[in-house]
Write a protein that binds this ligand. Structure first.
Ligand SMILES: C[S@@+](CC[C@H](N)C(=O)[O-])C[C@H]1O[C@@H](n2cnc3c(N)ncnc32)[C@H](O)[C@@H]1O
Length: 205
């Protein structure tokens, strides 16, 4: 669960007018989904509606896997997409590529848990091994990857366009290797990420 994303997003000037999609809401409808001030929201989760919260039934909640959601033929587009469902590398990659196709021009994607707090947190039920995606994106020089120094490496992608192919051999790196690369990269504070996001949506107006 992201503890800060809703605060960052709610700082955007015209946040009410933006369309928000969250992949993986969490029990109770999540700590993020309910707190985001966008008027138009959609959430996808495999949990039954009883665990998500009955008030989210219907239009805004899709009780299904993210794969089923994207293959449902939906034409809906969003300004902000938050990926926080299955934390397995190949699945995060698939959610990322599918999300890029559902973004409005100038849209933004966030992914949670790309920097687990320690090696123990790379277990699937914690942050998982989705960090391999971040490592891969750094290696291929993917543009505008903004990773924060807290909140399990909450990562923001401004205007992501390119589809990302997995490494040729299905290469997984160790947690230590990720941290070695992390120490060489520009990593953003919450304030810096917030400022970039506000400026980004300011430019769209
Ligand atoms: C970490 S929780 C989400 C927390 C939430 N995003 C927040 O910020 O509070 C992960 C959620 O993803 C859901 N999930 C896992 N795999 C999924 C999949 N393949 N499709 C849809 N939802 C999935 C789980 O049921 C769980 O509720």
């Amino acid at each position: 669960m992201s503890g800060v994303l809703y605060k960052i997003i709610n700082e955007i000037l015209n946040v009410e007018d933006l369309k928000f999609l969250e992949l993986g809401l969490g029990g109770g409808g999540g700590g993020t989904f309910r707190k985001i001030n966008c008027k138009h929201k959609r959430g996808v989760d495999t949990l039954p509606i009883e665990q998500i919260g009955m008030d989210l039934e219907g239009q805004i909640f899709c009780p299904m896997t993210t794969d089923d959601y994207f293959s449902s033929g939906t034409q809906e587009k969003f300004d902000i997409i938050f990926i926080d469902a299955c934390h397995e590398y190949t699945h995060v990659l698939k959610d990322f590529n599918n999300s890029t196709k559902c973004l409005n021009p100038g849209g933004v994607i966030f992914i949670h848990d790309l920097v687990p707090i320690d090696a123990n947190h790379t277990q699937l039920h914690l942050s998982g091994d989705g960090y391999n995606l971040l490592y891969h994106l750094w290696q291929i020089g993917y543009k505008n990857v903004i990773t924060m120094n807290t909140d399990c490496g909450l990562t923001m992608f401004l205007r992501p366009k390119e589809q990302v192919s997995p490494p040729e051999e299905n290469k997984f790196v160790s947690y230590d290797k990720l941290m070695e690369e992390y120490s060489k990269r520009k990593i953003y504070s919450e304030d810096e990420m917030t400022a970039l996001l506000i400026a980004h949506f300011g430019e769209q107006q």
